[in-house]
Design a protein. Structure first.
Length: 202
């Protein structure tokens, strides 16, 4: 079987995980290395597809995924049952208000994942308005550790540009280290992580 056909036949979750692991390996591992004990927060985690790729790359770390939708969190727990075999007690999912990140612990986070923030009007059925998402992004930056990294991904160049616009005037001592089209994007369509932005504390 050729590689392209094999890729098409892989379950969507596994294809997604594979593309995310390649992405994280390229943009995050050079900064952290693999042996660091990281605190990882996924803001608006949805089904938590990034959980296994992140813990496979950073096995000494702890991952917390938060989402405002209880049904989504239940699905994330189901989809990631297999992760517990290799990474027992190193991750959990919680229902919570993304606008109040401090309620998920006062400790700073070493890595914050914000995939597909709904910063544009008229995209899907946004849980929060674009204005609220901008506040969520700024609150996330405030929750970074001194050497922390914040990772954004987006489906469109327009949305990626909006994220950059919100980051640059924030005066949060951030340096944008990656702003590029993702060569490992899963496939065409929604939730493809086609554009990646990574910023770190200066």
């Amino acid at each position: 079987m050729d590689n392209s056909l094999e890729q098409k036949e892989m379950p969507f979750r596994e294809r997604y995980r594979e593309s995310l692991e390649k992405t994280f390996n390229k943009v995050l591992v050079p900064h952290f290395g693999r042996n660091q004990e990281l605190s990882i927060l996924s803001v608006g985690c949805n089904f938590g597809f990034e959980t296994k790729p992140l813990l496979d790359l950073f096995p000494n770390s702890f991952y917390k995924g938060i989402d405002i939708d209880e049904t989504t969190i239940k699905a994330a727990r189901r989809f990631n049952e297999d992760v517990g075999i290799a990474h027992m007690n190193r991750f959990n999912f919680e229902v919570g208000d993304l606008r109040n990140i401090k309620s998920f612990g006062n400790k700073p986070w070493d890595l914050i994942i914000v995939r597909h923030p709904q910063v544009l009007k008229g995209v899907l059925e946004a849980v929060s308005s674009p204005e609220e998402w901008r506040k969520i992004i700024l609150n996330s930056i405030d929750s970074l550790s001194d050497k922390g990294i914040i990772f954004f991904s987006s489906d469109t160049r327009e949305e990626a540009s909006e994220i950059l616009r919100d980051l640059r005037p924030s005066e949060k001592n951030l340096e944008i280290v990656i702003n590029e089209e993702n060569e490992f994007a899963n496939e065409k369509g929604p939730f493809t992580d086609r554009f990646v932005i990574v910023a770190k504390r200066m």
